[in-house]
Design a protein around this ligand. Structure first.
Ligand SMILES: Cc1cc2nc3c(=O)[nH]c(=O)nc-3n(C[C@H](O)[C@H](O)[C@H](O)COP(=O)(O)OP(=O)(O)OC[C@H]3O[C@@H](n4cnc5c(N)ncnc54)[C@H](O)[C@@H]3O)c2cc1C
Length: 381
């Protein structure tokens, strides 16, 4: 293999490139990114960037080596797998091996004439910061990690903040015990939560200034932000013949088809019970990209993908780290500390071994959290 093309300009793309070189691939690597900025981390966008503490200089990741051809502002618009070329407005780019790392974009719930605010890119972050600077009230639709982080930053900036969701925010991710704890800390900080059974409709165009809940309540704010999930960027693969089902379908080694692998928020894989899943998170993007790059070079000799399922969020002065599947059920065992005391290490046992471990303001490093998923940790606790 002499020519590898990586499509995407973020952490999965960057990690795939680094891994190819670490595996001694000395052919040509071309990276096609539709962004203006070189690869950067999105993690601070809802935190330091939104708060005005961080700029592009703080978020751009370590540069790609000089032996990599990085093409910014170059979207892939199509893929011809028969002739092995990626189509771009600047012309076709041939490949022997292809890494798909086009990630996802913010999901929108407004009508086509509504321009609700979202946060996905650095430019979104600058725009939202600007709007936040002029708003006194903010309504955030969606109380997942992203929505709650935006709420936290907006509240710290003194804005009046309401979060509206279909279910108690964060319960679906962190379980009811930790979810309830984070919500109560957020409420003490002044955030209002509104639950609606049946979604919301945005009111006002082009910039919505109110939402109507399914049960007829009208909630107004200077600024409406949608944080309702993401949509994988797969449109450019239409007609390519590659399997696409809510993302690019990859096998246990992140392979899509001969010569093509995919990684990160764009990739969907089959779970043990035969279902399809996507893990849109930083760690998953890194881990899948390493696996994908090795599979591209070594085929069946590469190790199969094993997600560590590590995720984290920072909000309302809480540093929450988590390993294991989201949505843990039932009451956790307390391994150390207590939520009431402000620092806790919690585990949800499953057949003796912890299935999910969550640390709240607890100084357990991620590597140790991952080790805690081993059965011996329960006996030691
Ligand atoms: C505000 C925010 C905060 C976050 N905080 C956390 C956190 O605290 N912890 C955590 O684990 N995760 C967090 N995440 C999620 C994490 O950032 C993503 O899971 C991660 O960025 C996924 O990386 P990726 O490379 O797969 O995709 P993306 O980051 O989506 O990158 C895809 C890249 O491909 C480019 N692209 C798309 N289509 C094309 C095309 N056709 N041609 C060329 N280029 C294309 C895009 O512009 C982009 O550069 C956060 C996300 C956001 C938005």
């Amino acid at each position: 293999m002499r020519d590898v093309v990586v499509v995407g300009g973020s952490i999965a793309a960057l990690t795939a490139v680094e891994t190819l070189r670490m595996e001694d691939f000395d052919g040509r690597i071309t990276v096609l990114s539709d962004e203006d900025l070189p690869p950067y981390t999105r993690v601070p966008l809802s935190k330091g960037v939104l708060a005005g503490r961080e700029t592009a200089d703080d978020v751009v990741l370590a540069p790609l080596s000089a032996e990599v051809d990085l093409h910014l502002r170059t979207p892939a618009t199509g893929l011809d797998t028969d002739n092995r070329v990626v189509l771009t407005p600047a012309g076709p780019v041939p490949y022997d091996g292809l890494v798909i790392a086009t990630g996802a974009r913010a999901r929108r719930i407004g009508t086509p004439n509504q321009a609700e605010r979202v946060l996905r890119s650095y430019d979104d972050g600058l725009r939202l910061r600007d709007h936040l600077g002029r708003a006194s009230s903010v309504l955030i639709v969606g109380g997942g990690f992203l929505g709650m982080e935006i709420a936290s930053t907006a509240r710290a900036l003194g804005r009046d903040v309401t979060v509206v969701d279909l279910a108690p925010p964060l319960d679906r991710l962190l379980g009811t015990t930790v979810g309830g704890h984070v919500r109560s800390v957020a409420e003490q900080a002044g955030v209002r939560f509104v639950l609606t059974h049946g979604g919301v409709r945005l009111l006002g165009a082009p910039f919505p200034t109110a939402v109507e809940t399914a049960d007829g309540r009208r909630l107004e704010a200077d600024l409406i932000v949608s944080a309702v999930g993401d949509v994988p960027n797969v449109e450019w693969l239409a007609g390519s013949g590659l399997p696409v089902a809510g993302g690019v379908l990859v096998d246990e080694r992140c392979r899509v088809s001969p010569h093509v692998v995919a990684a990160g928020d764009v990739a969907v894989f089959t779970t043990g019970d035969g279902g399809l899943t996507r893990i849109p998170s930083w760690t998953n993007a890194v881990e899948q990209a390493r696996c994908a790059a090795k599979a591209l070079l070594h085929g069946d000799d590469a190790l199969a993908y094993r997600p560590s399922r590590y995720a984290w969020t920072e909000q309302f002065g809480l540093d929450v780290k988590m390993v294991g599947p989201a949505d843990p059920q039932g009451e956790p065992a307390v391994l150390d500390g207590s939520l009431d005391a402000g620092s806790a290490l919690l585990a949800w046992p499953d057949a003796g071994a912890p299935r999910t471990v969550v640390a709240v303001n607890h100084h357990t490093p991620p590597a140790k959290l991952k080790r805690l998923l081993r059965p011996a940790a329960v006996a030691a606790a």
